[in-house]
Design a protein around this ligand. Structure first.
Ligand code: SF4
Length: 327
Protein backbone atom coordinates (compact mmCIF):
# COMPACT_ATOMS: atom_id res chain seq x y z
CA UNK A 1 0.00 0.00 0.00
CA UNK A 2 1.38 3.37 -0.97
CA UNK A 3 0.99 6.22 1.48
CA UNK A 4 -1.45 8.97 0.58
CA UNK A 5 -0.22 12.54 0.23
CA UNK A 6 -2.63 15.47 0.22
CA UNK A 7 -1.91 19.00 -0.84
CA UNK A 8 -4.23 21.91 -1.52
CA UNK A 9 -3.55 25.20 -3.25
CA UNK A 10 -5.72 28.26 -3.69
CA UNK A 11 -6.93 28.99 -7.22
CA UNK A 12 -4.61 31.85 -8.01
CA UNK A 13 -4.89 31.49 -11.78
CA UNK A 14 -1.79 31.37 -13.94
CA UNK A 15 1.11 30.08 -11.90
CA UNK A 16 4.47 31.79 -11.73
CA UNK A 17 8.01 30.51 -11.57
CA UNK A 18 7.98 30.80 -7.78
CA UNK A 19 5.01 28.40 -7.63
CA UNK A 20 6.80 26.07 -10.02
CA UNK A 21 10.09 25.92 -8.15
CA UNK A 22 8.49 26.00 -4.72
CA UNK A 23 5.64 23.54 -5.09
CA UNK A 24 4.63 22.22 -8.51
CA UNK A 25 7.96 20.51 -9.25
CA UNK A 26 7.65 18.74 -5.92
CA UNK A 27 4.06 17.66 -6.69
CA UNK A 28 5.30 16.06 -9.89
CA UNK A 29 8.05 14.14 -8.07
CA UNK A 30 5.81 12.97 -5.23
CA UNK A 31 3.37 11.22 -7.52
CA UNK A 32 6.05 8.64 -8.40
CA UNK A 33 6.19 7.37 -4.79
CA UNK A 34 2.81 8.24 -3.27
CA UNK A 35 -0.88 8.24 -4.03
CA UNK A 36 -1.30 11.95 -4.37
CA UNK A 37 -4.46 13.98 -3.94
CA UNK A 38 -4.05 17.50 -5.34
CA UNK A 39 -6.86 19.85 -4.60
CA UNK A 40 -7.65 23.34 -5.81
CA UNK A 41 -9.13 24.82 -2.68
CA UNK A 42 -11.78 27.20 -3.99
CA UNK A 43 -13.75 27.32 -0.72
CA UNK A 44 -10.66 28.49 1.14
CA UNK A 45 -10.30 31.25 -1.43
CA UNK A 46 -13.71 32.63 -0.46
CA UNK A 47 -12.39 33.66 2.95
CA UNK A 48 -10.35 36.47 1.43
CA UNK A 49 -11.73 37.09 -2.06
CA UNK A 50 -13.41 40.40 -2.68
CA UNK A 51 -14.93 39.19 -5.94
CA UNK A 52 -15.56 35.72 -7.31
CA UNK A 53 -15.90 36.82 -10.94
CA UNK A 54 -12.54 35.33 -11.94
CA UNK A 55 -12.70 32.22 -9.79
CA UNK A 56 -13.67 29.77 -12.55
CA UNK A 57 -11.09 31.13 -14.97
CA UNK A 58 -8.43 30.96 -12.26
CA UNK A 59 -9.28 27.31 -11.57
CA UNK A 60 -9.01 26.55 -15.27
CA UNK A 61 -5.68 28.35 -15.71
CA UNK A 62 -4.18 26.73 -12.64
CA UNK A 63 -5.25 23.28 -13.76
CA UNK A 64 -3.64 23.89 -17.15
CA UNK A 65 -0.37 24.82 -15.46
CA UNK A 66 -0.42 21.81 -13.16
CA UNK A 67 -1.08 19.39 -15.98
CA UNK A 68 1.41 20.97 -18.37
CA UNK A 69 4.05 20.83 -15.62
CA UNK A 70 3.62 17.07 -15.35
CA UNK A 71 0.97 16.38 -12.73
CA UNK A 72 -0.52 13.26 -14.23
CA UNK A 73 -4.25 12.70 -13.63
CA UNK A 74 -3.74 8.99 -14.21
CA UNK A 75 -1.35 8.82 -11.26
CA UNK A 76 -2.82 11.53 -9.03
CA UNK A 77 -6.28 12.74 -8.14
CA UNK A 78 -6.65 16.33 -9.32
CA UNK A 79 -9.89 18.07 -8.39
CA UNK A 80 -11.63 21.15 -7.07
CA UNK A 81 -12.44 21.24 -3.35
CA UNK A 82 -16.10 22.28 -3.66
CA UNK A 83 -16.79 19.48 -6.15
CA UNK A 84 -16.58 17.02 -3.26
CA UNK A 85 -19.14 18.58 -0.88
CA UNK A 86 -18.49 15.99 1.85
CA UNK A 87 -15.64 18.25 2.93
CA UNK A 88 -18.17 20.80 4.19
CA UNK A 89 -19.94 18.19 6.26
CA UNK A 90 -16.71 16.99 7.82
CA UNK A 91 -15.70 20.63 8.40
CA UNK A 92 -18.90 21.17 10.39
CA UNK A 93 -18.45 18.00 12.41
CA UNK A 94 -14.81 18.74 13.22
CA UNK A 95 -15.89 22.24 14.26
CA UNK A 96 -17.80 20.63 17.14
CA UNK A 97 -14.62 19.32 18.70
CA UNK A 98 -12.20 22.14 17.94
CA UNK A 99 -11.86 24.63 20.81
CA UNK A 100 -12.34 28.22 19.69
CA UNK A 101 -9.26 29.21 21.70
CA UNK A 102 -7.05 27.11 19.40
CA UNK A 103 -8.34 28.97 16.36
CA UNK A 104 -8.13 32.46 17.80
CA UNK A 105 -4.46 31.90 18.60
CA UNK A 106 -3.46 31.01 15.02
CA UNK A 107 -1.01 33.72 13.87
CA UNK A 108 -2.31 33.73 10.27
CA UNK A 109 -5.83 34.44 11.53
CA UNK A 110 -4.58 37.44 13.47
CA UNK A 111 -2.64 38.64 10.45
CA UNK A 112 -5.55 38.23 8.05
CA UNK A 113 -7.91 39.91 10.47
CA UNK A 114 -5.48 42.83 10.55
CA UNK A 115 -5.21 42.91 6.76
CA UNK A 116 -8.95 42.83 6.08
CA UNK A 117 -10.58 44.37 9.18
CA UNK A 118 -13.73 45.07 7.16
CA UNK A 119 -14.19 41.34 6.51
CA UNK A 120 -13.20 39.20 9.50
CA UNK A 121 -15.58 36.43 8.53
CA UNK A 122 -16.39 33.18 10.27
CA UNK A 123 -14.61 31.26 7.50
CA UNK A 124 -11.40 33.07 8.32
CA UNK A 125 -11.31 31.80 11.89
CA UNK A 126 -12.50 28.34 10.83
CA UNK A 127 -9.88 28.08 8.11
CA UNK A 128 -7.65 25.58 9.98
CA UNK A 129 -10.66 23.32 10.60
CA UNK A 130 -11.50 23.31 6.90
CA UNK A 131 -7.88 22.54 6.18
CA UNK A 132 -8.03 19.65 8.66
CA UNK A 133 -11.21 18.43 6.94
CA UNK A 134 -9.41 18.50 3.57
CA UNK A 135 -6.56 16.40 4.88
CA UNK A 136 -8.61 14.04 7.03
CA UNK A 137 -11.35 13.39 4.47
CA UNK A 138 -8.81 11.53 2.34
CA UNK A 139 -7.19 9.81 5.33
CA UNK A 140 -3.94 11.42 4.29
CA UNK A 141 -0.69 10.05 5.68
CA UNK A 142 1.50 12.98 4.72
CA UNK A 143 1.30 16.59 3.66
CA UNK A 144 4.13 18.39 1.85
CA UNK A 145 4.87 21.58 3.78
CA UNK A 146 7.54 24.17 4.15
CA UNK A 147 8.87 24.89 7.61
CA UNK A 148 6.68 28.00 7.87
CA UNK A 149 3.55 25.89 7.41
CA UNK A 150 4.34 23.40 10.16
CA UNK A 151 2.10 25.15 12.76
CA UNK A 152 -0.89 24.79 10.40
CA UNK A 153 -0.33 21.10 10.01
CA UNK A 154 0.13 20.75 13.75
CA UNK A 155 -3.42 22.06 14.22
CA UNK A 156 -4.71 19.29 11.94
CA UNK A 157 -2.71 16.76 13.91
CA UNK A 158 -4.24 18.06 17.14
CA UNK A 159 -7.74 17.74 15.70
CA UNK A 160 -6.92 14.18 14.54
CA UNK A 161 -5.64 13.26 18.00
CA UNK A 162 -8.72 14.75 19.63
CA UNK A 163 -11.08 12.93 17.30
CA UNK A 164 -9.28 9.62 17.75
CA UNK A 165 -9.22 10.07 21.54
CA UNK A 166 -12.94 10.79 21.80
CA UNK A 167 -14.33 8.48 19.12
CA UNK A 168 -11.66 5.81 18.71
CA UNK A 169 -8.89 5.32 16.20
CA UNK A 170 -10.16 6.66 12.90
CA UNK A 171 -7.63 8.91 11.23
CA UNK A 172 -3.90 8.60 10.62
CA UNK A 173 -1.92 11.46 12.12
CA UNK A 174 -0.65 13.17 8.99
CA UNK A 175 3.10 13.60 8.92
CA UNK A 176 4.81 16.66 7.58
CA UNK A 177 6.67 15.91 4.42
CA UNK A 178 9.14 18.65 5.02
CA UNK A 179 10.31 20.17 1.80
CA UNK A 180 13.07 22.68 1.73
CA UNK A 181 11.31 24.94 -0.69
CA UNK A 182 13.91 27.33 -2.01
CA UNK A 183 12.84 30.89 -1.43
CA UNK A 184 12.20 32.45 -4.82
CA UNK A 185 12.33 36.19 -4.41
CA UNK A 186 10.28 38.36 -6.70
CA UNK A 187 11.63 40.66 -9.39
CA UNK A 188 11.68 43.51 -6.86
CA UNK A 189 14.34 41.54 -5.01
CA UNK A 190 12.57 41.99 -1.67
CA UNK A 191 9.44 39.94 -1.21
CA UNK A 192 8.83 36.31 -1.97
CA UNK A 193 7.63 36.06 -5.58
CA UNK A 194 3.86 36.47 -5.62
CA UNK A 195 1.09 37.78 -7.82
CA UNK A 196 -0.16 40.13 -5.14
CA UNK A 197 3.19 41.93 -5.23
CA UNK A 198 3.25 41.98 -9.03
CA UNK A 199 6.87 40.82 -8.91
CA UNK A 200 6.39 37.53 -10.72
CA UNK A 201 6.94 35.87 -14.09
CA UNK A 202 4.11 33.66 -15.28
CA UNK A 203 5.04 30.21 -16.48
CA UNK A 204 2.77 30.70 -19.46
CA UNK A 205 4.22 34.07 -20.46
CA UNK A 206 5.58 34.31 -24.01
CA UNK A 207 9.37 34.57 -24.46
CA UNK A 208 8.95 38.28 -25.25
CA UNK A 209 6.81 38.88 -22.16
CA UNK A 210 9.35 36.98 -20.06
CA UNK A 211 12.17 39.20 -21.32
CA UNK A 212 10.15 42.33 -20.61
CA UNK A 213 9.45 41.15 -17.06
CA UNK A 214 13.09 40.20 -16.45
CA UNK A 215 14.18 43.65 -17.64
CA UNK A 216 12.31 45.16 -14.68
CA UNK A 217 14.22 43.05 -12.13
CA UNK A 218 16.25 44.70 -9.40
CA UNK A 219 19.98 44.01 -9.55
CA UNK A 220 22.89 44.88 -7.30
CA UNK A 221 21.90 48.37 -6.07
CA UNK A 222 25.58 49.35 -5.75
CA UNK A 223 26.18 48.78 -9.46
CA UNK A 224 25.26 52.17 -10.86
CA UNK A 225 27.26 52.15 -14.10
CA UNK A 226 28.16 49.48 -16.64
CA UNK A 227 31.81 49.57 -15.59
CA UNK A 228 31.17 49.20 -11.86
CA UNK A 229 32.08 45.76 -10.55
CA UNK A 230 29.03 43.93 -9.20
CA UNK A 231 28.18 41.77 -6.21
CA UNK A 232 26.21 38.78 -7.44
CA UNK A 233 25.54 37.55 -3.91
CA UNK A 234 23.16 40.48 -3.35
CA UNK A 235 21.60 40.40 -6.82
CA UNK A 236 18.27 38.68 -7.30
CA UNK A 237 18.85 38.22 -11.03
CA UNK A 238 21.84 36.13 -10.07
CA UNK A 239 19.80 34.04 -7.63
CA UNK A 240 17.34 33.31 -10.45
CA UNK A 241 20.23 32.20 -12.66
CA UNK A 242 20.75 29.39 -10.13
CA UNK A 243 17.38 27.95 -11.13
CA UNK A 244 17.52 28.47 -14.86
CA UNK A 245 21.21 28.72 -15.86
CA UNK A 246 22.88 26.51 -13.30
CA UNK A 247 25.81 25.64 -15.57
CA UNK A 248 26.65 29.32 -16.23
CA UNK A 249 26.49 30.68 -12.68
CA UNK A 250 30.23 30.42 -12.03
CA UNK A 251 31.03 32.31 -15.18
CA UNK A 252 28.36 34.97 -14.53
CA UNK A 253 29.62 35.36 -10.97
CA UNK A 254 33.18 35.90 -12.14
CA UNK A 255 32.23 38.24 -14.99
CA UNK A 256 29.93 40.33 -12.82
CA UNK A 257 32.66 40.92 -10.24
CA UNK A 258 35.03 42.41 -12.86
CA UNK A 259 32.31 44.23 -14.82
CA UNK A 260 32.91 41.80 -17.69
CA UNK A 261 29.17 41.44 -18.16
CA UNK A 262 26.57 44.18 -17.89
CA UNK A 263 23.21 43.81 -16.22
CA UNK A 264 21.35 44.21 -19.53
CA UNK A 265 23.13 41.22 -21.06
CA UNK A 266 22.90 39.28 -17.81
CA UNK A 267 19.13 39.73 -17.81
CA UNK A 268 18.92 38.63 -21.44
CA UNK A 269 20.77 35.47 -20.47
CA UNK A 270 18.34 34.88 -17.63
CA UNK A 271 15.30 35.36 -19.88
CA UNK A 272 16.82 32.91 -22.36
CA UNK A 273 17.39 30.39 -19.58
CA UNK A 274 13.80 30.71 -18.38
CA UNK A 275 12.42 30.46 -21.91
CA UNK A 276 14.52 27.38 -22.68
CA UNK A 277 13.55 25.68 -19.42
CA UNK A 278 9.85 26.36 -20.01
CA UNK A 279 9.74 25.72 -23.75
CA UNK A 280 8.24 22.22 -23.51
CA UNK A 281 5.92 23.23 -20.69
CA UNK A 282 4.56 26.08 -22.79
CA UNK A 283 3.98 23.82 -25.79
CA UNK A 284 2.09 21.30 -23.66
CA UNK A 285 0.07 24.05 -22.07
CA UNK A 286 -0.92 25.57 -25.41
CA UNK A 287 -2.07 22.14 -26.62
CA UNK A 288 -4.11 21.52 -23.45
CA UNK A 289 -5.67 24.94 -23.63
CA UNK A 290 -7.22 24.15 -26.99
CA UNK A 291 -9.48 21.55 -25.42
CA UNK A 292 -11.18 22.94 -22.30
CA UNK A 293 -13.65 20.05 -22.20
CA UNK A 294 -10.74 17.68 -21.68
CA UNK A 295 -9.58 19.77 -18.71
CA UNK A 296 -13.06 19.79 -17.17
CA UNK A 297 -13.34 16.03 -17.73
CA UNK A 298 -10.08 15.54 -15.80
CA UNK A 299 -11.42 17.65 -12.91
CA UNK A 300 -14.75 15.79 -12.97
CA UNK A 301 -13.00 12.44 -12.90
CA UNK A 302 -10.78 13.66 -10.04
CA UNK A 303 -13.85 14.76 -8.06
CA UNK A 304 -15.50 11.40 -8.69
CA UNK A 305 -12.46 9.46 -7.44
CA UNK A 306 -11.99 11.79 -4.47
CA UNK A 307 -15.72 11.50 -3.75
CA UNK A 308 -15.48 7.72 -3.37
CA UNK A 309 -12.88 8.10 -0.60
CA UNK A 310 -14.74 11.03 0.95
CA UNK A 311 -18.06 9.19 1.20
CA UNK A 312 -16.41 6.23 2.90
CA UNK A 313 -14.60 8.43 5.40
CA UNK A 314 -17.67 10.48 6.20
CA UNK A 315 -19.83 7.39 6.70
CA UNK A 316 -17.28 6.09 9.24
CA UNK A 317 -17.12 9.46 11.00
CA UNK A 318 -20.90 9.78 11.31
CA UNK A 319 -21.17 6.29 12.65
CA UNK A 320 -18.52 6.94 15.28
CA UNK A 321 -20.10 10.25 16.23
CA UNK A 322 -23.43 8.55 16.78
CA UNK A 323 -25.15 10.19 13.84
CA UNK A 324 -26.16 6.99 12.06
CA UNK A 325 -27.74 3.77 13.34
CA UNK A 326 -25.94 1.26 11.11
CA UNK A 327 -22.57 0.81 9.48
FE1 SF4 B 1 23.27 41.02 -11.12
FE2 SF4 B 1 24.06 40.07 -13.44
FE3 SF4 B 1 24.10 42.71 -13.00
FE4 SF4 B 1 25.83 41.12 -11.78
S1 SF4 B 1 25.68 41.46 -13.98
S2 SF4 B 1 24.64 42.74 -10.81
S3 SF4 B 1 24.62 39.26 -11.44
S4 SF4 B 1 22.32 41.40 -13.10
Amino acid sequence: MRQRVFSGARPTGRQHIGNYIGAIQNYVKLQEKYDCVYCIVDIHALTTLESTSELQQNIFEMTLDWLAAGIDPKKSIVFVQSHVPEVMELFTLLGMLTPLGWLLRVPTFKEKARMQPQNVNYGLVGYPVLMAADIMLYKSDAVPVGEDQLPHLEMTREIVRRFNFIFGDTFPEPQAKLTNYPLVRGLDGGQKMGKSYNNHIELAATPEETLERVKTAMTDPARQRRNDPGHPEVCNVFSLHHFFNEESTKEIDAQCRVAGIGCVDCKKLLAEGINNALHDFRERRAALEKDPEHIYAILDDGARRAGVIAKQTLAGVKLKMGLTRHA
